[in-house]
Design a protein around this ligand. Structure first.
Ligand code: PFF
Length: 470
């Protein structure tokens, strides 16, 4: 797709302007999977699984992803395909008074992209570090990590490197850049993930960790586990931020929606499963027991614990460390590319600027906001917006994942379930495939999902302000 054609997409609210399409179902699935598979799978999922009882978390997550998650994915893509509009126009096409729902969803990519690129910068630093500094320097119990994030110049520089790669791919256009990048990085990612999982499982002591990860213990089910799994599901499937509505609008009416969303959710879950399979056993090797794993696992698992265990693998350490962070880097890049693309299309839709101008505007915003949030770890570390020890990044993460996304998801379900009515979208889905689960889907959208959304919203906010402690 040429860039001038692409402009029709991004500014395509007028029905008489021809919209470009995905080159096929595969391109759609790959783009959906590329947006879904990211730091959420490789960093967040294993941390949560380690903390919330391994197999118990895994099974809860899979059940939620293939009931509520996949239903919302289908809702968003069907809404996009039906209206042939990206997110703001999609809601507005049912009446101008619904435009605000799309606008609310549009805020999310602008909040996530800057901080996503900061973590992308950390991952870049580690991938480079295995080549330049070596595994011993990195595995120093946290000093390397702290030294890096508190150094304003070098953390900012690595954030910029990560952003630059992202912006270059987005600037190359959808077919010339994004589709090609996905086509290389997604299969590579899967191969490396399988390879590292096999390698880790062959290490002494890994079997116990794998057993913890694979065996559910239903006595471990808790409200915190459920809320954690729900939040993870949204984040991981890139729901409630308008992206999948926009992606659905580029899909041809003859391509099966049900099959496509099942493939996207499947790909995403496989990568999360593999990430857990390599990281939870590593946490077990480091901490020694299930209880210690649950108690000590946190965001530092990837940046501090893992390098420590890699280092103990001797000669394999530099290769395994480099490959692991390269894998995470690919996953983070495919997501940041899709996030940036979402920002660009939102700006182009709203302003009718050219794609180029919209991209330049987004670059400026992302770099400035990213620089500000990054400073929260160093020069602005006195700003602790969510209580002692919290950072600006925590605030951004909280606003998008815990506040705006559940609200958007709740409103979307009410909108489709009770205002435009599920049948409108069921008919759309049935244009291209049978939809045997239409009744179940209707119940999920009208009743189950809204209740769960209210649970997440209330519990996240209450937890953040210390009203409950899971
Ligand atoms: N789903 C991504 C992850 O799991 O890391 C995060 C994400 C990517 C959210 C792209 C939103 C998005 F548009």
């Amino acid at each position: 797709m040429a860039d001038n054609e692409r402009e029709f997409i991004t500014t395509g609210e007028q029905p008489d302007i021809p919209r470009s399409k995905w080159s096929g179902k595969l391109a759609f699935i790959l783009a959906g999977a590329a947006s879904a598979v990211g730091l959420g799978n490789l960093w967040r999922f294993p941390t949560l699984a380690a903390r919330y009882g391994g197999g118990t978390f895994l099974i809860t997550y899979i059940i939620l992803a293939f009931t509520i998650g996949i239903s919302l994915l289908l809702l968003e893509t069907a809404l996009g395909r039906k209206t042939q509009q990206s997110v703001i126009g999609a809601y507005a096409s049912f009446g101008k008074k619904y435009r605000w729902i799309g606008k609310l969803a549009c805020i999310v990519p602008f909040i996530i992209t800057p901080y996503y690129c900061i973590i992308g910068g950390w991952v870049t630093r580690y991938a480079v570090g295995y080549l330049t500094d070596g595994p011993v320097a990195i595995a120093d119990g946290g000093g390397f990590f702290k030294g890096f994030i508190t150094d304003p110049a070098s953390s900012f520089a690595f954030m910029l490197v990560f952003m630059a790669i992202t912006f270059i791919v987005v600037a190359m256009g959808v077919e010339g850049g994004i589709e090609k990048a996905n086509f290389v990085m997604m299969p590579a990612l899967l191969v490396v993930a399988v390879g590292i999982s096999v390698f880790v499982l062959m290490q002494p002591g890994a079997a116990q960790g794998a057993a913890y990860y694979l065996t559910p213990d239903f006595s471990k089910i808790s409200p915190a586990l459920l809320v954690g799994a729900l939040g993870q599901m949204f984040y991981s499937l890139s729901l409630a931020m308008g992206i999948m509505v926009t992606y659905g609008s580029y899909l041809d009416k003859k391509e099966s929606l049900t099959g496509s969303v099942a493939s996207i959710a499947g790909f995403d879950s496989v990568v999360s499963f593999l990430a857990g399979l390599m990281i939870v056993p590593v946490a077990f090797m480091a901490f020694g027991s299930a209880d210690a794993v649950a108690a000590k696992s946190g965001p530092s698992l990837m940046f501090i614990t893992l390098p420590g265990v890699f280092e103990s693998m001797g000669g394999a350490a530099p290769i395994i460390g480099f490959l692991f962070f390269l894998l995470v880097l690919f996953a983070a890049l495919t997501s940041s590319i899709s996030l940036t693309e979402a920002c660009v299309s939102i700006v182009a839709d709203g302003t009718h600027w050219t794609r180029r101008r919209s991209l330049i505007f987004c670059i400026v915003v992302i770099v400035v906001v990213g620089g500000f949030v990054n400073a929260g770890y160093n020069v602005l570390s006195f700003i602790q917006p969510l209580g002692e020890g919290s950072t600006l990044l925590d605030l951004f993460d909280f606003l998008s994942n815990s506040v705006i996304m559940p609200i958007v998801a709740l409103v979307t379900c009410i909108f489709v379930g009770w205002i435009v009515k599920p049948k409108t979208l069921i008919d759309e889905v049935r244009l291209s495939s049978p939809f045997r689960f239409a009744k179940v889907w209707t119940v999920i959208i009208k009743y189950v999902a809204p209740v769960f959304m209210v649970i997440i919203l209330v519990s996240y906010v209450a937890q953040t302000f210390g009203l409950v402690n899971f």
